[in-house]
Design a protein. Structure first.
Length: 203
């Protein structure tokens, strides 16, 4: 029992620090503002080896919202995903505008896409979609206390139905491959996990 108590009290050890790669030079290979920038980096590894063509991709930061009504059902969307040529289940999302905080973007995008506002917001965390290439950062939120205030703004590139389904149905959708986006599947997994759902910062 004493050993168990000592284990519980023992401070969590940080990850071993790994020496950073050194950026020697960077050239822009492709730009399509504001959506994408592609760079070719020349880098030196900790071993001393030099890589002359490491590609880095700069994509906009975006927000993603898991919003629950008072009855517990989650606000979802069905959207067509051009790259996969499929229609899948999604959550409200959108890119940050210039000088906009993630929370400001989340509230704006949620109102524009769904016509709803939320009374309570919780920040779950920020995660890079591809930390090796730098392909966009997702800021994840949960929202509760929904109230319909307007019609959704129409956008030809983001057409889709809005509906509410139970969290259990959302988990089934992830398992069946009906959720195409990795970020959406990740947020659903976090928000519906009894342990992880307790985390985050109320805003």
């Amino acid at each position: 029992m004493r050993d168990l108590m000592l284990c519980k009290r023992k401070k969590r050890q940080p990850f071993n620090k790994i020496e950073a790669w050194q950026l020697l030079s960077r050239r822009k290979a492709f730009t399509a503002l504001p959506w994408v920038k592609v760079y070719v980096d020349r880098i030196r590894l900790p071993s001393g080896r030099v890589i002359s063509d490491f590609y880095a991709i700069d994509l906009p930061e975006f927000v993603l919202i898991y919003a629950q009504a008072r009855n517990g059902k989650v606000l979802c969307q069905s959207q067509y995903h051009y790259a996969d040529d499929k229609t899948g289940l999604s959550l409200p999302a959108g890119c940050l505008e210039k000088k906009e905080s993630p929370l400001e973007a989340a509230k704006r995008e949620f109102r524009e896409e769904t016509g709803y506002m939320a009374q309570t917001w919780k920040f779950i965390g920020s995660y890079c979609v591809d930390s090796r290439r730098g392909c966009g950062k997702a800021h994840l939120f949960t929202a509760k206390g929904l109230k319909k205030i307007s019609r959704p703004l129409t956008d030809e590139m983001e057409e889709g139905d809005i509906f509410f389904i139970p969290p259990s149905r959302l988990i089934e959708a992830v398992m069946r491959g009906e959720v195409i986006s990795l970020a959406v599947a990740f947020l659903i997994s976090l928000a519906t996990n009894p342990s992880l759902a307790k985390g985050g910062s109320k805003l």
